[in-house]
Design a protein around this ligand. Structure first.
Ligand code: GLA
Ligand code: ZN
Length: 698
């Protein structure tokens, strides 16, 4: 694993010296020293500079930069520059340009602008990556590779259409199989020739050019999503393989966007091809700490618990939102250490120096337009740099161990949101977030896992809206429960197979026996039809009633116990929460989407019954989470409030990694402050843990 070899949590970010004259480079080095920068991502958007024409490559500027950074003891995260093709390429080979969802072929401009199936693009991208590898393979500053940048476009050009047909042929073999999978008997869609198949776009199956979800044929659009994610991944692999060809031990990654819940790319599939996960995190203004924590947990979930790199974040204001507030004092530190608390082994910014022109001239940076160190933002950045230095080698490689997991599946996400019906209010990520927030509220550690993950590693598995069942997954869930696991799943589960075809014979399809119930109707109630969940008897802290909505199932139990019922409407008194005992375990079904209080109560109750302990009880807005390495256990306390809080350490004794002070009893935590504490003696009732550092060792 890459990060366990790191001597400390890395600190730095994107650096664009190609925008600056040499004198500024020197000044940058001085400022980097003051700030404690030890990693710089360079060469991310320099293709036009590196290759002025088809035959010529010029890397002298990059040689100098690499040497200069090395002299400064700064490691390099080397971009391959392939996320923005040069203008000459677009002029000479227009096939590199993408075609949009509405059929418009773009001209040269912007970035992230190359068709993933353009032979020209693929040829030159691979060639550039190889050249860079040949040139810098032995450079002592080189630490890792940053291929392309934020992969993610969708292209609808003829190259892509042809490639889609090839992909489909490989997947289905025959048109009969494809017609059956896609349900083409609907609306006279039977295909008799592969060439009759066109990409699902605003010109064909899609209902609008502004909404890539709304489609007349979810099965086709779903396959396009899979195809496009793979097409972009194949571009990544092309460059990665070229690099590894030259440099077999290279560490290669690319930065994930959309705060990790980026819909167009199946990051579980991508993760297998990356040596380390790298995340770009720009939390939306209204994002809660729980929503941020979930995304970090998803990142460490992508590679079975391995730490990741916070590859980009912004030390202060952005430029690309309608309004861009500066980060208030202490927020950058809090959020940076939040990422570390949740598994990041690097804190990196976009960007180190603020640009003077073009789109990002107002994008926040460590070094502002003023150009010196005497700014609030720089001082705060330098403070973080100093703290990461003081933490030394304690954290890199440390993991978070969880006995509970939430299933997250891109196929399922795509399929749910391509479906017309039952309600636009059913948003997959939002439903997953509701369950995550329930764990988070108790400081209960939880992993986010894909559908390939080993379920036997967990005692509790929550699979919110498991609408699409992958082949064999129902059987795996059954085995998990039979062997003593507790499963929670919800309304709109077990509905379709992997082709988005409804499984006939009653919902929830293959899960019917395991859950011990049949869902006869799924209501998507209107706003004037509110409903509530009423407990048949109080269950631990669950007393109710609780507001609910989005979807409400009309259920017949077939062996399951009814734990709560609906309060209103013609299905008043029918089951809303059920439990089915199977083998040594239990399968729970929540027939609606209830308010937070109910999920918090339910998850708390289930964990309590199973014996899954929270990290620590903390006041609202104070997060407690643990990373562990070898026999060492690090407790992170983060006060997300704008007021001070007090945390009771429950008999545990700790050493503050930053101040060296011993901590026990009540700990005062100022607003937005963070503590990183090494455990010396376990809290009351807990044994000093013999830590295992990964699931593979369990
Ligand atoms: C993305 C890109 C960066 C930069 C930032 C600005 O994350 O990867 O190049 O444009 O956005 O927020
Ligand atoms: Zn294309």
């Amino acid at each position: 694993m890459f990060t366990e070899r790191l001597p400390k949590v890395l600190y730095g970010g994107d650096y664009n010296p190609e925008q600056w004259p040499r004198e500024v480079w020197e000044e940058d080095m001085r400022l980097f020293r003051i700030a404690g920068v030890d990693i710089a991502t360079i060469n991310v958007f320099s293709w036009a500079r590196n290759q002025p024409d088809e035959q010529t490559y010029r890397f002298e500027w990059l040689d100098k930069m690499m040497d200069r950074l090395h002299a400064e003891g700064i490691r390099v995260c080397l971009g391959t520059s392939t996320a923005a093709h040069p203008a000459w390429m677009a002029t000479r080979y227009p096939d590199v340009l993408i075609t949009e969802h509405d059929g418009r072929r773009r001209k040269f401009g912007r970035r992230h602008n190359s068709c993933p199936n353009s032979p020209t693009y693929r040829l030159y991208a691979e060639r550039l990556a190889r050249r860079l590898a040949e040139r810098y393979r032995d450079h002592p500053a080189l630490l890792l590779w940053h291929v392309n940048n934020e992969y993610g476009l969708r292209c609808y050009c003829d190259h892509c259409e042809r490639a889609f047909r090839v992909w489909l042929r490989e997947k289905y073999g025959t048109l009969e199989a494809l017609n059956a999978a896609w349900y083409t008997s609907f609306w006279g869609h039977t295909f008799y020739d592969w060439d009759e198949i066109v990409l699902p776009s605003a010109l064909s199956e899609h209902l609008s050019s502004s909404d890539p979800d709304a489609t007349a044929f979810p099965s086709i659009s779903l396959d396009y999503d899979r195809f496009n994610s793979e097409a972009l991944l194949s571009c990544y692999k092309l460059e990665r393989d070229a690099i590894k060809d030259v440099m077999p031990d290279a560490v290669v990654t690319t930065n994930f966007q959309g705060n990790g819940t980026y819909k167009p790319l199946d990051y579980f599939k991508w993760a297998r091809e990356l040596d380390v996960i790298a995340l770009d995190m720009y939390p939306a203004d209204d994002m809660t700490p729980a929503q941020m924590a979930m995304r970090y947990d998803l990142m460490r979930g992508l590679k079975g618990g391995e730490p990741f790199l916070l590859m980009e974040s912004c030390p202060t204001q952005l430029n690309w939102r309608p309004r861009n507030a500066v980060k208030r004092p202490g927020v950058n530190r809090l959020w940076s250490l939040h990422a570390v608390a949740r598994g990041a082994d690097a804190v990196m910014y976009f960007q180190l120096r603020r640009s003077l022109g073009a789109f990002e001239k107002f994008h926040g940076a460590m070094i502002d337009h003023a150009g010196h160190e005497h700014t609030r933002v720089f001082r705060e950045c330098a403070g973080i740099g100093e703290e990461l230095r003081r933490l030394g080698d304690a954290l890199p490689g440390a993991r978070t161990k969880a006995r509970a997991a939430i299933v997250f599946d891109w196929d399922n996400w795509w399929a749910i949101e391509h479906s017309s019906g039952l309600t636009v209010d059913l948003r997959y990520v939002r439903e997953v977030e509701k369950y995550y927030a329930a764990f988070y509220a108790h400081n209960l550690s939880v992993d986010l896992i894909g559908v390939d993950a080993e379920l036997g590693d967990y005692d509790l598995v929550v699979a919110p809206v498991l609408y699409m069942l992958q082949p064999g997954y129902a059987a795996r869930l059954e085995r998990f429960v039979e062997q003593g696991g507790t499963l929670v799943t919800t309304t709109f589960s077990g509905i379709v197979d992997q082709y988005d075809r409804v499984i006939p014979g009653g919902y929830p399809g293959e899960l019917r026996e395991l859950l011990g119930l049949w869902v006869e109707e799924i209501d998507a109630p209107m706003v004037h039809q509110p409903n509530r969940v009423v407990m048949t008897a109080p269950l631990g802290g669950l007393t109710g009633p609780y507001d609910c909505g989005v979807l409400c199932d009309v259920i017949h139990t077939e062996g399951a116990d009814t734990v709560a019922v609906f309060e209103q409407d013609y299905y008043a008194g029918s089951p809303a929460l059920t439990r089915n005992r199977r083998g040594a375990g239990e399968a729970w079904y929540l027939a609606t989407s209830p308010e937070h209080a109910m999920l918090r109560g339910l998850i708390g109750q289930l964990c309590d019954a199973i014996g899954i302990e929270p990290v620590l009880a903390t006041p609202a807005g104070v997060e407690a989470t643990v990373r562990a390495k070898g026999d060492e256990r690090f407790l992170f306390l983060l006060n997300h409030n704008e007021t001070a809080a007090e945390v009771e350490l429950e008999g545990g004794v700790y050493v503050d990694l930053l101040s060296g002070a011993t901590q026990a009893g009540a700990l005062g935590l100022p607003a937005r402050d963070v503590r990183i504490l090494r455990m010396v003696a376990a809290p009351d009732g807990e044994k000093m843990p013999q830590m295992t550092t990964g699931r593979s060792e369990r």
